[in-house]
Write a protein that binds this ligand. Structure first.
Ligand code: HEC
Ligand code: HEC
Length: 252
């Protein structure tokens, strides 16, 4: 690897495969933009990645990859079970963004509002069935004025926050749990903790209850209030996502 970087420093700046950068961008905006900003320059909940030493040191995902897979849950960085391909794409996107930030002429803020709002409305009321749960004159009234576009997009395009230990609480609020003891007695509430040996919840009265687990006892059922959003993830095309975002942004 040392060899490669020496060559790169002396030669022309590296070029990243445009298709990989494009795929990486889509994955990044959906899974990471929510915290790190859609252009990776930092957001409300995550640091600027274009100045990150960990990213600058990376080659083809060799430091970013292990970090994404493990996360840093105690600091608010979830872990993501991405494939080597997805990691390589994200790495290509980040390195390409750094290169563009350095070559100032190329630098442009990533505009995520590029879709067609009318097509977005059609998807909302048609193939996406968003209107089976939402109404643009009810719960989503004026939503375009309430959030930045990237945050708004994150609202429906959140990554699969399958709960893992340490997932940030604001994401876990969508997740509830029911614990059923062998006696049949059951307890439900917001999931507070879950690993191979323990499960803990906070019930509707605010009481914290913790149970030890062994061999699948007690029975634990986890429900995601946003399961519909998770299920939709595999059905969007890139243009559906851009069109929906443009539509929601227009709801001022
Ligand atoms: C829920 C918010 C959140 C999401 C979503 C998120 N991150 Fe993070 N990320 C963080 C936080 C917070 C940190 C800082 C952790 C720390 O202080 O050690 C971080 C740190 C990082 C770092 C290390 C930066 C450094 O120099 O230490 C990288 C790289 C990173 N994130 C990449 C990603 C990628 C890629 C994704 C999407 C697959 C992603 N993150 C999704 C919140 C998030
Ligand atoms: C099966 C029901 C269901 C479907 C279908 C559904 N959602 Fe949601 N959506 C929810 C729930 C539940 C929430 C969380 C509401 C809350 O936090 O109070 C939510 C939240 C949202 C929010 C954030 C609202 C806010 O005020 O913060 C947006 C935006 C959104 N959904 C967009 C969409 C879009 C776009 C689609 C279609 C592609 C869609 N949803 C499909 C159930 C659904």
């Amino acid at each position: 690897m040392g060899q490669t970087s020496t060559t790169e420093t002396n030669g022309p700046p590296p070029k990243y495969d445009a298709a990989a950068v494009e795929r990486g961008k889509t994955t990044f905006v959906g899974a990471c933009g929510f915290c790190h900003g859609s252009n990776a320059k930092g957001g409300e909940k995550g640091p600027d990645l274009l100045r990150s030493v960990l990213v600058l040191d990376d080659e083809n995902g060799n430091t970013i990859g292990p970090f994404i897979l493990r996360g840093r849950p105690d600091k608010g960085m979830p872990r993501f079970p991405f494939t080597p391909q997805q990691i390589a794409d994200i790495a290509a996107f980040l390195h390409d963004s750094i290169k563009n930030a350095i070559e100032r002429d190329n630098y442009k803020i990533l505009d995520i509002v590029t879709g067609d709002p009318r097509a977005g409305a059609a998807f909302f009321n048609g193939a996406g069935h968003c209107n089976s749960c939402h109404s643009v004159t009810g719960d989503l009234k004026g939503i375009g004025a309430r959030y930045e576009p990237v945050t708004l997009q994150g609202k429906f395009l959140q990554p699969d926050y399958t709960w893992t230990e340490g997932t940030p609480p604001h994401l876990v609020s969508a997740i509830s749990v029911t614990v059923t003891l062998p006696s049949g007695e059951s307890f439900s509430g917001a999931l507070e903790h879950y690993d191979d040996f323990n499960v803990a919840l906070r019930d509707g009265n605010g009481a914290y209850r913790s149970f030890t687990r062994a061999n699948g006892v007690p029975r634990v059922e986890i429900h995601n209030r946003l399961q519909a959003h998770v299920d939709l993830l595999s059905r969007y095309t890139d243009s559906d996502i851009h069109n929906l975002t443009a539509y929601l942004v227009s709801l001022k």
